[in-house]
Design a protein. Sequence first.
Length: 363
Amino acid sequence: MSCAELVVLGLGPHEESRDAAELTERLELIPPASEHLVDVRLMTGVPHDLVARRIEHPVQRNGELDGAEARADVAAGLLHALDREVADLGAEREQLVAPQDLEIARVLDPFEDAHKPILPAMFDLSAHAVVLTGATSNIGRAVIRAYLAQGAHVAIAVRDQAKGEQVRADLGALAGTPADPLVMLLAADPGDRPAMERAVEQVLRAWGRLDVVANLVGGYAASDAAAGDLPAYRASWDQKVATAVTATTACLAPMRARGRGRVVSVSSLAALKGEKAAAGYAMANAALVRWTESLADELKREGVTANCVLPRIIDTPDNRLAMPKADPSRWATPDEIAALIVFLSSDEASGITGAAIPVVART
């Protein structure tokens, strides 16, 4: 055998092991004082004879090989050879895994890079069809782009056909072609069950499947708890809860039939704790989370997941206008919200259901 091929370090007197069980038993034994032997063989610069050191107390002396006293006891050739081996291994590792070739999605700095795109091609949604509500909002546009970037087909349910056409036009080539549209307009009120059922039929006729429903309808309206303003509370309920429940239930039949589906709804951190002048808003968002938890529990063995995303403040033009003294770089960006929604829509998120995930960003 050639040198520099193998280093054998053994505790206790050297002999060949006959099997793994015997080796394990031997390693568990602590050699008595004066019998702590090191067998060094087949290494460049080291003779093929036994090198032994007397160790008064093996446990006490263990770990002292980097000390000057210990290094003086070890042959210089052995130390140099080990240094060379470690350097060679490091060089080989760099060749096998070149850092510049790694494709890892990351935000380099949470403040300076917060607005950079954070969804490279990680999740393949090319064979997925999405029904999305709230498409004309700032977050809606970001989520549509995120889905399209992952290859999904997106059907947007809109009350205002003209606004829906503008959303599709703004997408440009991402929306596909007339022969192969990647974005479909559905003239349907998300809170109207018959209209949403017709929209689902339209999606199934066009694309033959329905995999995801993304409920993005929302908006903030102030309402005091002490005032007991029931009409205001009902308005928040109709906007947030009724649309999500209606759109989702219309989409469930084809998902359950295929044994695969994703329900993702945008709620708010207000669902976890109410604040002054936001009674109706907090109540509606909390109700959406509780409904989602119930739905997830009902469908958890049918391959359909249901989850909520809970942003605190999203960086939108409206929020910047309403809070001019705030630092928007601390808020969650629409792209950050979209990234989480896309992940929860993917096959990789199959084990997550009934979750309400806060997105507080840098606030």
